[in-house]
Design a protein around this ligand. Structure first.
Ligand code: G1P
Ligand code: ZN
Length: 541
């Protein structure tokens, strides 16, 4: 074993975004680029020395090479044990769970989530701290500062790891343990949900159709849904993880999971349809002929979660990210529990979860999760829904309709304008920001503006403050228009326009039609199409 100190000219562009560092593969593969970032993490996380580090990724192109580099650097930086998912695979929630269950000091998760993979695609890496959550902003900023000034990194090129064989080896001072990627996660799910009841429900002829989009959740879904719960193998589709995700875009939404949507709208629809993303933290939920928007799914889960054994004591509070529709607020109000509104990004939920202020949380971007880990969790949401359907004896459309009848329906859409020049995107945001003070009191599309601001958040636990988290134009409880710039894109700038319109009178509209008047208001207000030169948004979810 020989530790080498490699001199490096630091990089200036390694500031982590909403969820870690994400770059084009070619950029990541530049000599010393990944090592520069990993060394910066190790320098900023001294607690890793003499301790355990979890390592795994979503299986995308370059995953194995990057993991080997991480392990060689862990050895040279005094880490005493690494736990790696077999084949280099760990879903993001499974990694978070392992950090917690195995008492690790942290974890490296190699993923660019739902972004396409392959030599021309994206690669990413994020650092999760003890407790399983993503590194908080103060730490990612320190890592960024370190990455800009690094002069050397440490690596032991003699360390080798056979990612495919489960087992332990000692190399110098480092113990390397390759573990089954699914075992610990599946064991935890069995403590939260009534597997017996779901099995019985499936035996009665009910069906769950799950699309893994050729990403990391395939092995998890096969083990839990098929082997442990008895779902039909043929209902788990695209379950083989591929380095390029089969050329697809592993984002579980109406656009990229179109096959699933078609199946769920067809004559042979399953009782529950779901998909997850590249690293397994997102979920999309469908019933026969029904799409449950993520904001609605959060609300309906929060309302019914007590039917699952792990949550039998009920939900103590709910959190949603600011742009997420306010359906969950109605559930919270009715149940007399707290609702928290946080900035976009899962890390803002973690303090609330740690402090026991909330039980469930979610984002409009197809993310839902609970106290069980400190990341969002795609399969968790699928199992929660399956448990609720099995235990309630009601169908998904029945649960959705009952919720809308009781709380009204929050029609919601997100319009994304991708790959914009940074100046264009910044200019649009700046313009609207400047006009916000003039909007309050105006009537737009027949709705009075009650508030217009740039969202800022003070964490109730540690008092930390996040500003500039998105512009919102609020029309009371009736509607909201939100505009913010994405923090995860790798190709220019992405603007996201969020539209929410609450209706109590019309519960069965097509969301696009229901939101057309509000979209027209946003058009006059922001004029995204004219200013971006795009006839329509690149993606609508
Ligand atoms: C996007 C989503 C956000 C999510 C993040 C990571 O971030 O909007 O809700 O937490 O991906 O999955 P954005 O690109 O908008 O910054
Ligand atoms: Zn993801």
């Amino acid at each position: 074993m020989t530790t080498q100190e490699i001199p490096v000219t630091a990089f200036s562009d390694q500031r982590p975004g909403t969820a870690g560092l994400r770059k084009k593969v070619a950029l990541m593969q530049q000599p010393h680029y990944l090592a520069n970032f990993v060394q910066s993490i190790f320098d900023c996380a001294p607690e890793l020395r003499g301790n355990t580090l979890i390592i795994g990724g979503d299986g995308r192109y370059w995953n194995r090479d990057a993991i080997t580099t991480c392990v060689q650097m862990a050895a040279a930086n005094g880490i005493s044990r690494v736990l790696i998912g077999q084949g280099g695979l760990l879903s993001t929630p499974a990694a978070s769970n392992l950090i917690r269950q195995r008492g690790a000091a942290g974890g490296l998760v190699l993923t660019a989530s739902h972004n396409p993979a392959g030599p021309d695609g994206d690669f990413g890496i994020k650092y999760n701290i003890a407790g399983g959550g993503q590194a908080p902003e103060a730490l990612t900023e320190r890592i960024f500062e370190t990455s800009k000034a690094l002069t050397r990194y440490r690596i032991d090129p003699d360390v080798q790891v056979d990612l495919d064989r489960v087992g332990t080896s000692q190399q110098g001072t480092l113990a390397i343990e390759v573990i089954d990627s699914v075992d610990d996660y599946a064991a935890q799910m069995a403590t939260l949900f009534d597997f017996e009841r779901i099995r019985a429900w499936l035996r009665q002829g009910h069906r769950v159709r799950f699309d893994a989009l050729h990403a990391v959740t395939g092995p998890y879904a096969r083990r839990i849904l098929v082997e442990q719960l008895g779902a039909a193998e043929s209902d788990i589709v695209n379950a083989e993880p591929l380095e390029d995700f089969g050329g697809g875009h592993p984002d579980p939404n109406l656009i990229y999971a179109a096959d699933l949507v078609a199946a769920m709208n067809g004559p042979d629809a399953a009782d529950l349809g779901a998909a997850s993303d590249g690293d397994g933290d997102r979920n999309m939920i469908l019933g026969p002929g029904v799409f449950v928007s993520p904001g609605d799914s959060l609300a309906m889960l929060a309302d019914n979660l007590h039917l699952c054994p792990g949550y039998a004591d009920g939900v103590v509070g709910i959190a949603r990210s600011m742009p997420t529709c306010r359906a969950a607020d109605h559930v919270a109000r009715r149940r007399g529990i707290a609702i928290h509104e946080t900035p976009t990004g899962w890390k803002f939920f973690c303090n609330l979860l740690d402090a026991g202020h909330i039980t469930v949380c979610g984002e409009e971007s197809f993310g839902t999760g609970s106290t069980h880990v400190r990341e969002k969790d795609g399969l968790w949401a699928v199992l929660a829904w399956a448990n609720i359907l099995a235990a309630s004896g009601r169908s998904l459309p029945e649960i959705a309709t009952a919720h809308w009848q009781r709380c009204g329906r929050h029609y919601f859409q997100r319009h994304d304008y991708e790959g914009l020049p940074a100046e264009t995107a910044d200019g649009i945001v700046e313009d609207l920001r400047a006009r916000l003070p003039t909007l309050v009191g105006q009537t737009l599309g027949g709705l009075g503006v009650t508030a217009a601001d740039d969202f800022a958040y003070t964490d109730p636990i540690d008092g930390s403050r996040a500003t500039g988290q998105g512009l919102r134009v609020v029309m009371g409880d009736a509607a909201r228009i939100v505009l913010r710039k994405s923090g995860t894109g790798t190709d220019g700038a992405t603007l996201r326009l969020y539209l929410e319109h609450w209706r109590q009178d019309a519960l069965d509209l097509d969301p696009a039609a229901a939101l057309a008047p509000l979209a027209a208001v946003a058009d006059t207000l922001i004029d995204l199409r004219q200013r971006t030169g795009r006839a329509k948004p690149d993606v609508v979810t």
